[in-house]
Ligand binder design. Structure first.
Ligand code: RM4
Ligand code: MN
Ligand code: MN
Length: 424
């Protein structure tokens, strides 16, 4: 289904007075208001194709109904999100969960909804039916050259799909690792991974990147071959210019200072981009901003400062993507909340009084530095986001419109209560 623009306009019309009052209250104190609004309009976050169905855990999965049954329907769902928030203009595919068998038709369908394709993701953490060799003991790091060859070939096939869709990056996350001490020679595993990645790197088109994602544990519980940003950075440095490190916010041990990691990767030109989510314990894949919005703000503060220092365009210089899915929320509502949380943190970071902060740091005025950061963080920027959405043709309140228009019920009517989407 598609959401007609006039329905969004009608809802906006009803909320306009209320919005204007809130907007005027905040906007009066914002320097460079139009520049900030334009940055917010330009800032889009890619939606992962695997987050449009209800997520599960290894204990079970509780389907919510009306899930997309095909890639076309997943694209439709992203189209709905984008129509509402005008901030989700791309989709990231996971192969083979979503094979674009007719690339030009898929591209045209997406373009009609104002969407394009972000990074393509390979999958060597599961065995597929009819697959010759198993990934039970790893893929790119496997001790058996034949398994490594199969995994390399899969990644090259994913690049080919991506080229047909005009994607510009291959995102690689490996579950390779070991469950018990002694199971694996860690140096050997790392060297074999590098060698396999080099073969994949050779197959990248000139204008492509490979994003190397890291994760400390799960599904392996003793070691992960690309376990942290240092290991990913080492690989991406050895591979060359087209390789960078991807930061998934849930892929850190508790207490890790993610904003510091981000700042240094950016400094080295090695920050590929993000998989946004939130977590309390591990790779929880919770809605962005639901647990620790202050951390998200601190990350964006480093990003804005670091990107400005390097003259980078915020919206397009690195990859912005959500990697979250949960088993109790409507996935579309979850994604609307996530996009909103990301843009709130971004807007707050744009409000930081940078010259004053630089001076406070120079003076070692710790108290003032904290005041400056928290002045921005405690500003209620939601009406700035709403104004940016309004100017871009979206809804003042996307979630409210989604509910008023009973979109999930219509999707259930169309697709059935038991429709199950591919993915995790
Ligand atoms: C992993 C990792 C990858 C994602 C898979 C589904 O934990 O975050 O990015 O592709 O999950
Ligand atoms: Mn991820
Ligand atoms: Mn993850």
């Amino acid at each position: 289904m598609q959401l007609e623009k006039y329905k969004i306009d009608e809802a906006n019309h009803q909320q306009l007075k209320d919005h204007q009052r809130k907007f005027d209250f905040v906007a009066g104190d914002v320097k460079n208001l139009d520049t900030i609004l334009q940055k917010l309009i330009d800032f889009n976050i890619a939606i992962p194709s695997w987050a449009l169905g209800t997520g599960g855990t290894r204990f079970g999965r509780f389907s919510g109904g009306g899930e997309p049954r095909s890639l076309e329907e997943k694209i439709e769902d992203v189209g709905l999100i984008h129509a509402l928030n005008r901030s989700s203009n791309s989709i990231s595919l996971h192969i083979p969960w979503d094979i674009p068998s007719n690339a030009s038709a898929i591209k045209a369908h997406a373009a009609q909804l104002g969407l394009h394709f972000d990074a393509v993701n390979s999958n060597t953490f599961q065995d597929q039916p009819n697959q010759e060799l198993s990934y039970k003991f790893g893929s790119l790091h496997h001790v058996d050259k034949a398994v490594r060859k199969q995994a390399v070939a899969h990644n090259i096939e994913v690049i080919k799909y991506g080229v047909e869709l005009d994607s510009k990056a291959l995102s690689v996350w490996l579950s390779d690792g070991s469950n018990f001490p002694g199971q694996l020679n860690m140096r050997g595993a790392f060297e074999r991974t590098l060698e396999s990645l080099q073969e994949i790197y050779e197959a990248l088109p000139d204008d492509w990147k490979v994003w190397v994602e890291y994760k400390p544990y799960e599904p392996n519980f003793y070691s992960t071959t690309i376990g942290d940003w240092g290991q990913s950075y080492l690989l991406s440095s050895k591979l060359g210019q087209k390789a960078q490190t991807l930061v998934d916010l849930g892929h850190h041990l508790q207490g890790a200072n993610i904003e510091q990691i981000v700042s240094l990767l950016l400094m080295e030109g090695k920050l590929a981009g993000f998989h946004f989510n939130d977590s309390k314990y591990g790779d929880d894949d919770l809605t962005v901003g639901s647990i620790n919005p202050y951390q998200l703000f601190l990350i964006f503060n480093e990003l804005v400062e670091g990107m400005d220092a390097r003259g980078m365009t915020h919206a397009t210089s690195i990859g912005w993507m959500i990697d979250a899915s949960h088993n109790v929320k409507d996935p579309i509502e979850d994604l609307l909340q996530s996009v909103e949380a990301i843009k709130i943190a971004y807007a707050q970071a744009l409000l930081v009084d940078t010259p004053a902060l630089v001076q406070a740091q120079q003076d070692n005025d710790v108290v003032l530095a904290q005041e400056i950061l928290q002045q921005a963080y405690r500003t209620d920027v939601r009406s700035l986001l709403a104004e940016a959405r309004l100017r871009a043709g979206g809804a003042l309140n996307p979630l409210a419109v989604y509910r008023q228009q009973t979109i999930r019920q219509q999707l259930i009517n169309e697709r059935g209560a038991k429709a199950v989407s591919t993915g995790l």
